[in-house]
Design a protein around this ligand. Structure first.
Ligand SMILES: *Cc1c(COP(=O)(O)O)cnc(C)c1O
Length: 422
């Protein structure tokens, strides 16, 4: 290397040509302060920045890198695929295999359509629900994030909350006029005008807020009572909580699913799926139009299939063991330091709030997240070579290649940082 730019110099340059210097707002460090590290390379649980500093990574691309960075099988699969052409505009064998594998895993899902992001999946799933039911109104929960399409941005959790924005400029009132926002963990009043109720089965964009006992089952019943579509946004929980995602984990079946993150193995992929009956509304079978030039892209399906192949029963045991070890350790060291903490965990999904009582909804999550303590924790850990997400509303993502030893080192670093949060 002839010319090694610093993070600071790159950030200055980046801010000249990209808003906030980034291509997705949370990466800008705005809610924790400071200069983002610019990643040069990554392998396994590690990322290296352009200055050669190594970090133990708990960002993991916000979920996709569940098998660690540069997973050798995924790298091979993508390399081979790239040599055979990067996009065709015609169907491929791997798209069929990937759809078959996803439908095998998720109880009740019979068909799906692949797209290129979680945003597209949720946006299209809502269109499908409206097209299928002939109704307009969507119910969503405050603090649940379903991507950045106009009609789902109302009270959207982390991406917006991290910026301190209550809503979003540029979204006309008309676009959210048919969106009703309800508090998470409470069953909303529904009637026969409701097309769909969209929910994150485990809320993972307002910090981690698990569904209370019975919430998803009661929501299923409430939707059935009025003929509304129940839409599980499994973009984070899908293929992470279990082989069959939240549907398997909770034993509650929605009508429509959306996926993203894990199923791309780090490449841009999303999907939405349902029963054959409901999916018959999607073009070319039905009148709900949705398409995509790069949908089912050969590199993305190569990466995704390889990821799914590796996510066997043993992988989920490993993920949950590591997350449990980390959750227990973090709870212990902050308690010992006299710092109020709750570390909510569902399977391998893990969050942290510096507060006494686990939040049940967005209002409570905001009070807990906005007390300024996460910022101190974040920078204390970063100084010790441990990269957490630069915002209090995100998850702590473990991968299958985080070891017990690395988890213990993380807990030891947190023990050093803990007194500064008192
Ligand atoms: C990340 C996320 C999305 C949006 O996915 P993108 O790929 O970022 O567009 C949607 N829903 C949930 C639950 C998410 O966590």
């Amino acid at each position: 290397m002839t010319d090694t730019p610093t993070n600071e110099a790159l950030f200055t340059r980046a801010k000249q040509v990209m808003p906030g210097g980034v291509n997705s707002p949370v990466r800008s460090f705005r809610s924790v302060g400071g200069t983002p590290y610019f990643v040069d390379t990554a392998e396994g649980p590690w990322v290296w920045d352009v200055e050669g500093r190594r970090y133990l990574d708990y960002v993991m691309s916000y979920g996709p890198c569940i098998l660690g960075h540069a997973n050798p099988s995924i790298v091979d699969a993508v390399s081979v695929a790239a040599g055979r052409g990067t996009s065709y505009g015609a169907p491929t064998v791997r798209e069929v295999e990937m759809a078959e594998e996803m439908c095998r895993r998720v109880p009740g899902m019979e068909m799906l359509r692949m797209v290129s992001s979680g945003t597209e999946a949720a946006m299209s799933a809502v269109r499908l629900a409206r097209g299928f039911t002939g109704r307009d109104t969507i119910v969503k929960f405050a603090g649940n994030y379903h991507g950045h399409s106009d009609n789902l941005l109302a009270a959207g959790g982390s991406g917006i909350a991290n910026q301190g924005l209550s809503g979003c400029d540029g979204v006309p009132d008309g676009a959210v006029a048919d969106t009703v926002v309800a508090p998470y963990n409470e069953i909303p009043e529904l009637d026969e005008t409701i097309a769909a109720v969209a929910v994150e089965p485990v809320a993972a964009n307002m910090g981690l807020v698990p569904p209370r006992e019975g919430f998803l089952r009661e929501l299923r019943q409430a939707c059935d009572d009025v003929g509304a579509v129940l839409l599980f946004d499994e973009v984070i929980t899908g293929f992470r909580l279990a082989r069959g995602g939240a549907t398997e984990w909770f034993g509650v079946q929605p009508d429509v699913w959306c996926f993203g993150k894990v199923i791309g193995g780090g490449l841009p992929v999303g999907a939405y799926g349902s029963s054959r009956e409901i999916m018959a509304s999607v073009a070319p079978l039905g009148g709900v139009y949705q398409g995509g030039t790069l949908s089912g892209n050969p590199l993305a399906t190569a990466a995704g299939l390889s990821a799914l192949e590796q996510l066997d029963a043993a992988a989920y045991v490993t993920l949950e063991r590591l997350a449990t070890r980390l959750a227990d350790g973090l709870s212990r060291v902050f308690a010992e330091a006299g710092v109020p903490v709750v570390v909510p965990r569902v399977g391998s999904l893990l969050g942290i709030f510096f507060t006494d009582v686990a939040p049940m909804n967005f209002d409570q999550a905001q009070v807990a997240a906005d007390n300024g303590l996460y910022r101190i924790f974040f920078h204390g850990m970063l100084e010790r070579g441990i990269a957490l997400a630069p915002g209090p509303y995100e998850m702590i993502f473990v991968s299958t290649v985080h070891t017990d030893e690395l988890i213990d080192q993380t807990i030891a670093a947190a023990a050093e940082v803990a007194p500064s949060l008192r």
